[in-house]
Design a protein around this ligand. Structure first.
Ligand code: FAD
Length: 342
């Protein structure tokens, strides 16, 4: 195992609140490492509504969600937080010395003074296929991402979905697969118009077969996948046979491993105090949409405030004897030094 990355605080989740947490820790001269299961920072803002305007961020009459994230990234730049994207935090452990070992799905490990959970609604994970008899499969013929396109060479491939991922992979894998059946619940696709046109051309050319309907049942033989039974819009059932399945039904948040960490949970949220936003385990803090306390409102604005107080909480946990005081970024030479401004 590689040497763990040593840091003052690990922040789980790089949504708007996790990003601002880096800033608030940085002002107190505390170093942070950010981890997110998504390939890009920004949490819900970047994943769910990047182009939508937000109207309730103080001092911004209007700001697009992605622009808010870009600005937060610029604001935290002076603090050089490590960014570990595309990996989920699967477990952490509090050691006897009060520090934490944090490990991600990619095997990256951290030796952290404190842990701040800014995990929003949880990790965004692929929506799973749900159908009768799915549990009878003993193979990995149902996949949620393409890790090796050669896997599909010469195969009868079933692609589920109607968004950009489904369409892009249909176009791409049409070159290697023996055949592709594109199965979507309705006739209209949600993907970019240019992609829809290209897929329609592949349908015309006989390279792709389209099916509309709901997935009802998985057919298999001795644990091996053989086909999907679908019910079309006229309630007719047909079986689409194939060797491999790719499911692109988008991402949905899932509390995931956090639920098993032994922290106090109330209605799928982590209970915290409102002085430092600490969870039931000292040294572990929770900010943003993931936490709950009397009066909690799931707003970015509230998350920013929580991050400021949690930073002081982390400082107190790491340096219990240090005197705490607020320094203005406007006038404090120490703040200017930390921010790299003169
Ligand atoms: P999130 O943005 O949810 O980010 C959490 C991150 O943690 C995610 O990226 C996730 O992948 C990651 N994560 C979770 N678990 C793990 C794990 N185990 N390992 C690694 N990574 C993990 N709020 C407003 O204030 N104003 C608005 O106008 C507004 N409009 C909205 C419109 C829409 C359509 C939606 C959906 C929300 C809106 N919100 C708005 C709510 C706002 O987006 C959330 O309050 C905010 O995103 C919460 O930020 P966060 O950083 O706490 O969590």
């Amino acid at each position: 195992n590689p040497t763990p990355i040593k840091t003052d605080a690990v922040i789980i989740g790089a949504g708007p609140v996790g990003l601002f947490q880096v800033f608030e820790l940085g002002l107190l001269d505390l170093k942070a490492e950010l981890i997110d299961s998504l390939p890009q920072p920004g949490g819900q803002c970047a994943e769910l509504y990047p182009e939508k305007p937000i109207y309730d961020i103080p001092a911004y009459p209007v700001v697009a969600a992605q622009e808010l994230i870009d600005n937060l990234m610029a604001q935290i730049k002076p603090f050089n937080a490590g960014m570990h994207l595309g990996q989920q935090v699967e477990r952490f452990e509090k050691r006897e010395d009060g520090r934490f070992t944090v490990v991600t799905s990619k095997g990256t490990s951290f030796d952290a003074g404190a842990v701040i959970i800014a995990a929003g609604l949880g990790s965004f994970l692929p929506r799973r296929l749900r159908a009768r008899n799915l549990e009878q499969l003993t193979t990995d013929q149902v996949q949620y991402k393409v890790t090796d396109r050669e896997r599909y060479r010469g195969k009868k491939l079933l692609i589920l979905g109607g968004g950009d991922s489904a369409l892009d992979w249909t176009m791409d894998l049409a070159e290697v697969a023996d055949s592709i059946a594109l199965i979507h619940r309705r006739a209209e696709y949600r993907g970019a118009p240019a992609s829809v046109a290209k897929v329609k051309a592949l349908v015309e050319a006989g390279r792709v077969q389209e099916h509309q309907g709901l997935i009802m049942e998985v057919h298999s033989e001795d644990g091996r996948f053989t086909g999907l039974e679908i019910m079309d819009l006229d309630k007719q059932r047909t079986v689409v046979e194939g060797d491999e399945v790719l499911v692109f039904w988008g991402l949905a948040p899932d509390l995931g491993p956090i639920a098993d960490w032994g922290l106090d949970i109330e209605k799928k949220q982590l209970s915290v105090d409102t002085e430092q936003f600490q969870t039931s385990l000292p040294g572990v803090f929770a900010v943003g949409d993931i936490n709950t306390y009397p009066g909690k409102k799931k707003l970015i604005l509230s998350g920013f405030h929580e991050a400021a107080l949690a930073a002081f909480g982390v400082q107190k946990y790491l340096y219990p004897d240090k005197r705490q005081f607020v320094q203005y970024t406007t006038t404090s030479p120490i703040m200017h030094k930390r921010l790299g401004v003169s």
